[in-house]
Design a binder for this molecule. Structure first.
Ligand code: CA
Length: 225
């Protein structure tokens, strides 16, 4: 899961990044309004954590821009303000949740997970696909009722493919979903190839048919057989 955190208090920004990375998320950060705008216009995220009072702009405007570009990302406002008006305004313009500072990082993590489950996984903790069973809370996978050990990237890849089954996913969209914004595309395609090869091997060893088809020159498609 890829998250963008927009916050100008740098110590807090770093704390959030460390915590969420420890929870296996891919975390990008922006510490002012312009940086946030350039991130959201260039990249897709599963969830954004947005501070309202930013240098040179407001978090509300970032949310407006996201909505204008029909982003599917979940949005959590974090704000020192605790007026009811701000909260209502945030939720009215399309934020999913609102957290008043100071907050516990574990609560932020839990709320991000809950939004992602709601938006991407239709509210389910478990996804099953034929013999494959994914527990999103425990981040575990079983195939034919036997546990299969996946790396975090392999786990994210599997969830991304199954959530988009029967759709052709370009290499670029997969890479953008799973990796940091700064990574060089050439490197990331090589990384992607390696992770996919390893994921395929583990699935095959556990007795799965090859659901993941390579679409020559484009990317991949997870096919329901
Ligand atoms: Ca601020």
């Amino acid at each position: 899961m890829k998250v963008l955190v927009i916050e100008d208090e740098l110590a807090l920004l770093q704390d959030i990044r460390n915590y969420l990375e420890g929870a296996n998320m891919t975390v990008e950060t922006a510490s002012d309004y312009q940086q946030a705008l350039s991130k959201i216009s260039g990249f897709d995220y599963d969830c954004l954590v947005v501070d309202i009072n930013l240098p040179h702009g407001s978090g509300f405007d970032i949310i407006h821009k996201l909505k204008a570009q029909e982003s599917k990302a979940g949005i959590i406002i974090i704000s020192a303000r605790h007026s009811l008006d701000d909260k209502i305004k945030g939720l009215n313009i399309g934020a999913d949740d609102y957290l008043v500072k100071p907050f516990h990082l574990s609560e932020l993590n839990a709320r991000i997970n809950s939004i992602i489950r709601r938006r991407i996984l239709d509210g389910n903790n478990l996804t099953t696909f034929h013999e494959i069973r994914i527990d999103h809370t425990a981040q575990t996978v079983t195939i034919h009722d036997k546990p299969v050990l996946l790396t975090h990237k392999e786990f994210d890849l599997l969830v991304y493919f199954i959530s988009n089954k029967n759709k052709v996913l370009s290499q670029l969209s997969i890479v953008e979903h799973l990796w940091m914004d700064e990574i060089e595309l050439v490197d990331s395609y090589a990384f992607l190839y390696t992770h996919i090869r390893n994921l395929r091997k583990k699935m095959q060893d556990a007795g799965c048919p090859n659901y993941l088809k390579s679409i020559y020159g484009i990317g991949y498609k997870w096919e329901d057989q």
